[in-house]
Structure formats: C-alpha cells, structure tokens
Design a protein around this ligand. Structure first.
Ligand code: ZN
Length: 364
C-alpha cells in the first residue's frame, strides 16, 4: 500500500486524457461536480468529446479508491488495465459501425450488434435500436467488478427515433447502478426529453496555442494552417493530415477552385469536398463584405469575388451538403460545384472586362 502523497510520479503516466491536454480541466471539473447518472458531453466536434467520455468512464471504474475521485483514473490498477485493453466488463461503448475504426474502437463483440452474415453489408452510420436494447440489458445487470457500469453513446444524435425512444425509457427509469455518457456535437437534434435528463458538460474549442502544440507533437507541419482549416477543431485538423492534405495543398485550394480546377479535390469524398468549398465560399464572402476570413489566410482568399454569385453558390453547397449521403455520382456533383465556384470567384474585372467601355446588350 502506498502512503498518500508518495504516488505523484505515476500520475502523469496514468492520466493523459487520451493524449489531449486541454481535456484535463473539463475532466477535473466534471469529476468534482458530476451528480446525475447521465451526462451529455456537448460542444463542437473534433475537440475530444469521445476521449473525455472514455476518461470519465475509466475514472469512475478505477479501483484506486485510496485516491480522491479527481485523481482517478490511476492508469495502473486492474480496472484501468482492462480499460486500456478495451475489454472492461463494466464498460459498453455504443458507436455506429462506420465510426468504430476511426475511433480506434473496432474490436467488436460487446456492442450487441450482429456479426457474421452482416459483415458484408455497408457499415451503418446509425446507432441501431438492437444495439441500444443490448446496452439497456447490459446496464441492468450486476457490475462485474463492483464499481458500477458505464455506457457511452457516441455520437448520441446517431440514434434513430426508435433507438432514442428506447434509450429515453432507461434514462427516465434507471435500473441498477449504471451511468450514461452521451456525446453530441449536435445536441439540438436530440430528443428534448433526453437532453433534459442529462447533466450538461460543455466542451469548447481549445486555445489555438494548445491545439497547435498538440498537432506539432503529432508530427503535423505548419499546424496553424490545418487548425484554421478545421475551424480550430484539432482532431479534425489531424483527420485532414491523415487524408493526405497538408498545409500547402490547403493554401493552394482557393486559387485552384477559382481556376475551375476540379482535380484539386481528386480523391476527396463528396462530404469533404463540399466542406472545403463551403469554407472557400465563406472566406471569399467575408472578404467581399469587408470582414475577416476564417479558414484561409487573407492573402490566399480570392478577393473581390461576386457576392450574388457567392450567395447562389453557398445555397447550392448547402443543398448538396444536406443530401451528400445520397449515393449519387460524387465526381459529377463536385465538378458542377467547382464550376459554380469558378464563376462566383471570378472578380468583377475578369468577368466583365469591357464594362468600362461601351455598355453591352443595351436594349434601350
Ligand atoms: Zn485505476
């Protein structure tokens, strides 16, 4: 048994909030103030909601009970080791099949979803009602290691209506000693009755300096460029880098789109392409209105773009974004959107060069 105070050295090894240093404060605050049996971790995506949920679960299940709760998880006890191996019997993580790999949670086995013959179908982007029912059954059984049970739902808005209603019943009439951690970047799309049953934990975008330092440690060159490209959401910046988009490629994008060069988006999904085009459109519109760009440095943004055409482009991008999950031809859609972007990003001078001379098409 270690005496209180002589275990400072293992603290850093045990608690790294899954490598995201800006989670240390929200983690401590939540451990200090958490009272409800259900928490809703909300805020922008890409800032570590899932990692905070995992670390909270690890802390609640940690067996180093000689420490105050705010100093858990210890990272060393049997429970913490099971957690690290993704095999803790009292933790169930509910994520859509399509997200498991990217979240590093693709071991399968305890999600309550059918395997085997289902392996050939496209991975679901939803959290299915079968999985929710299995989670409810899991939550009502006795804790294997005696420190309660934890169910993580990420992202909670991916539960369809049937799944959400099944889940709501459990939140209203909790059975057993289970606690629930819901994560959402779109809390408004959750059932209001689910939101009202949860204690809210709000995460925000971390300070840019912290995020850039973290990205640099992850091996990202010019981290500030990709961080701005991602609206300050560091995990999304890392996703960009992992998709092979570096700072130079990002910085070149507005001019290439203005030149109608759809190959700039070769290999990008429709969703990613629309997202990038929306950012180019946003910054061009901001600059045209005398505002500041957000996703690109000012000198990279096409200035003096045509505001009316930008608005039309923006509306079309919004429309396609809403339908981007449809299995239509991504290449054709991207080409058409880039064509509209080229038109919108033309400066008035290059569009109507003869304007200063004779007026054209005068019908008078
Ligand atoms: Zn522990």
């Amino acid at each position: 048994m270690s005496a209180p105070g002589d275990d400072r050295s293992d603290r850093a090894g045990g608690r790294d909030e899954h490598g995201l240093p800006w989670l240390a404060t929200p983690l401590r605050r939540t451990l200090e103030t958490q009272q409800a049996h259900a928490l809703l971790i909300q805020g922008p995506g890409g800032v570590g909601q899932f990692e905070l949920a995992l670390t909270l679960a690890e802390g609640w299940l940690c067996e180093a009970t000689d420490r105050p709760l705010v100093d858990r998880p210890c990272g060393r006890c049997a429970s913490c080791k099971l957690h690290a191996a993704h095999s803790h019997p009292d933790l169930l993580v509910l994520v859509p099949e399509a997200l498991r790999e990217s979240l590093g949670w693709d071991l399968g086995g305890n999600e309550g979803e059918e395997a085997g013959e289902g392996a050939k179908r496209k991975p679901s982007k939803e959290i299915r009602v079968e999985a929710v029912r299995a989670a409810i059954a899991f939550a009502t059984t006795t804790s294997a290691r005696g420190r309660g049970k934890v169910v993580i739902v990420h992202p909670a808005e991916r539960m369809n209506d049937i799944a959400a209603n099944a889940f709501l019943k459990t939140l209203e009439e909790p059975a057993g000693d289970a606690r629930f951690l819901l994560c959402s970047a779109a809390p408004d799309s959750l059932l209001p009755t689910i939101r009202s049953r949860c204690q809210q934990v709000v995460l925000s975008v971390p300070p840019a300096a912290d995020a850039e330092a973290w990205l640099a440690r992850e091996g990202i060159a010019q981290p500030g460029v990709l961080l701005a490209a991602s609206g300050g959401q560091p995990q999304h910046a890392l996703d960009l880098a992992e998709r092979g988009i570096d700072a130079a490629a990002w910085l070149a994008l507005p001019r290439r789109i203005a030149a109608g060069d759809a190959t700039a988006l070769q290999g990008w999904s429709l969703v990613a392409s629309v997202d990038a085009l929306q950012k180019i459109c946003h910054d061009a519109a901001a600059l045209a209105c005398g505002g500041a760009p957000r996703y690109f440095p000012k000198e990279r943004v096409v200035s003096e773009a045509n505001l009316d055409a930008l608005l039309r482009w923006s509306r079309e991008l919004t429309r396609v974004a809403a339908e981007a999950e449809h299995p239509w031809s991504a290449d054709l859609a991207i080409e058409s959107l880039v064509g509209q972007g080229q038109e919108a990003l033309k400066t008035p001078r290059s569009r109507d060069r003869p304007r200063e001379g004779l007026s054209l098409n005068s019908t008078g």
